[in-house]
Design a protein around this ligand. Structure first.
Ligand code: MSP
Length: 524
């Protein structure tokens, strides 16, 4: 097994208006990072902010602040959001960090010297809010195809990256390494929409944009978007600086997790830049789907008036970060688009977290308290019912591990919840309260409760990367606080005789209608 795991989110546009839609990428990455830490790997988990460009300057100006002042506030808000959602990143990079800016200049100069970057001139229709040039045919009714606003024709001297030289190399990459771009459907998209029609060279500098990194050898040019943003994945590790120890240790990345709208940049432009630099390529680029709000992605350039509560700053204090996270893993099929609705979040809270997991834990704990004076009982002879439960748990543990090898957080959380469902079904079947009344039933009762406690332990261990707070509470009440997975394959992980610690109700049942009304008021 590889002992290192390098995972990244895209660098975010700094904002104090991030929704659970934006947060989705980081929420996914956090589970993958925590999972790999629990496998015992040394994990490096990178996130950060994408801070250059005209739009930032305009936003800063609009509120009468310098770019730096404006950005510092936004970055603080962004970091506070990650803290609220228990995002356990190891490093936060800002593209305005000076080590990043210096490394980007070096990269640009190197690509120029090796002939991959040349000077030319750029013509096109420019949309200022989206910072995008469009060709005539891309415009929609003469307006920006992304945000629908006015565009203006611009021509300027610019540097270009020879992307056109990389078509065949990229086809070979997708062909030889099917794991490089996932899910599979994204490969066809790249091949048919971009590579087969022929790649154009990429404009990588602007003279009209001032807020950015100047080209070292021609400073009236500002390095434009992708040569600034994409290399964050290597500059964060010290590439292009004096101390590149982390780069040597962690590169190539195991996975770049990104939303599907930026797959082209990560699966076409980024590998081409890396090839031009003579560097190894990331092992996987995973383009996840979107959270849709009434059918809409809530694009960054659009304002949306949704009645839904999509603000994690409201949802998390009300329902816990575990619940919001769990809902997203479980409800949005990983790799595909999925609809967000607050009502389905609350329903899942009740059905899965409260009635299934929470109820299993609380009824088992109260039986151990009542019948065993809090002490973890020991296993004796197993019946067919016991063996059936054990087999099912074993199967779902294997399934979960397998799904997580493919990053499928949705199927993994479904498997974990099958474990809890099975345990609840087992309780109904073996009726421990009836066994308690039997003469000489103590040993049998002990076996039943021990099996249940072990099942809760195993399920909570698996659930910890997804819902770290509640599962840790359960594990610590059971007297196990292992940092890495242990005893997932047996029912002997607990200490016989250990007195269970008290545990509050994990997920108190919600009145969905009342909650929706409350949220409607809070969102206002
Ligand atoms: N700054 C660029 C990325 C540069 S990477 C070198 C960017 N930033 S972003 O803030 O717009 O997006 C950050 C992440 O949020 C992306 O992965 C994006 O797909 C994700 N999401 C934003 N809205 C989303 C949904 N509604 N649903 C799921 N994820 C979406 O792009």
């Amino acid at each position: 097994m590889e002992d290192k795991f390098y995972i990244t989110t895209p660098i975010y546009y700094p904002s104090n208006k991030l929704t659970i839609g934006n947060a989705y990428t980081n929420i996914i990455c956090d589970a993958l990072a925590r999972w790999n830490r629990k496998l015992g790997k040394e994990v490096f988990y990178l996130t950060g902010t994408d801070e250059h460009g005209q739009k930032i300057s305009q936003s800063a100006q609009a509120v009468g602040k310098s770019e730096k002042e404006y950005l510092d506030n936004m970055v603080e808000d962004t970091k506070a959001l990650w803290e609220l959602l228990d995002i356990s990143y190891d490093k936060f990079i800002r593209t305005t960090d000076s080590y990043h800016e210096k490394a980007v200049q070096k990269i640009f100069t190197q690509l120029y010297k090796t002939g991959y970057i040349y000077k030319g001139s750029y013509k096109g229709w420019y949309c200022t809010p989206c910072e995008s040039f469009w060709t005539e045919s891309q415009l929609k009714d003469g307006k920006c195809p992304d945000c629908g606003r006015e565009v203006k024709f611009q021509e300027e001297e610019a540097y270009f990256f020879k992307l056109s030289e990389f078509g065949d190399k990229l086809l070979k990459l997708y062909n030889d390494h099917p794991e490089f771009l996932q899910p599979k459907s994204r490969v066809n998209e790249m091949v048919n929409n971009f590579i087969k029609p022929g790649l154009n060279d990429l404009c990588v500098s602007r003279t009209s944009v001032k807020w950015g990194v100047p080209v070292e050898f021609d400073p009236k040019h500002t390095i434009y978007v992708w040569i600034d943003a994409l290399p964050n994945y290597i500059t964060a590790l010290g590439y292009g600086s004096e101390d590149d120890g982390l780069f040597k240790k962690f590169w190539p990345a195991d996975i770049h997790v990104i939303g599907k709208e930026i797959v082209r940049f990560h699966a076409v432009i980024w590998p081409a830049i890396l090839m031009a630099l003579g560097l190894e390529l990331p092992k996987t680029v995973y383009g996840h789907g979107w959270l849709l709000f009434g059918g809409d992605k809530l694009s960054k350039s659009k304002e949306t008036n949704s009645a839904e509560c999509i603000d994690p700053r409201i949802l998390v204090p009300e329902y816990s970060s575990d619940a919001v996270r769990y809902y997203l893993y479980r409800e949005i099929p990983f790799g595909y688009d999925g609809n967000y609705s607050t009502e389905s979040l609350l329903n899942r809270f009740n059905a899965d977290l409260s009635n299934n997991y929470g109820n299993l834990v609380s009824r088992t704990f109260s039986m151990v308290k009542k019948y065993c004076d809090f002490a973890i009982p020991k296993l004796s002879d197993l019946t067919d019912d016991d063996k059936k439960l054990q087999n099912l748990v074993e199967q779902e543990v294997n399934n979960t591990i397998d799904y997580m090898k493919h990053y499928d957080v949705t199927k993994a959380t479904a498997s974990i919840f099958n474990i809890f469902t099975e345990a609840n079904t087992y309780i109904q079947k073996v009726q421990p309260w009836a066994v308690a009344k039997e003469e000489n039933g103590q040993a049998r009762l002990g076996t039943i409760l021990r099996l249940l406690l072990e099942t809760i332990r195993i399920g909570s261990e698996l659930f910890e990367p997804f819902a770290p707070n509640s599962s840790r509470k359960v594990l610590s009440a059971l007297g196990t606080e292992d940092k890495i997975f242990k005893n997932l394959d047996n029912f002997n992980g607990l200490q016989t005789g250990f007195k269970l610690n008290n545990l509050d109700i994990l997920f108190p049942r919600l009145d969905v209608k009342a909650e929706l009304e409350k949220l409607a008021n809070l969102s206002k």
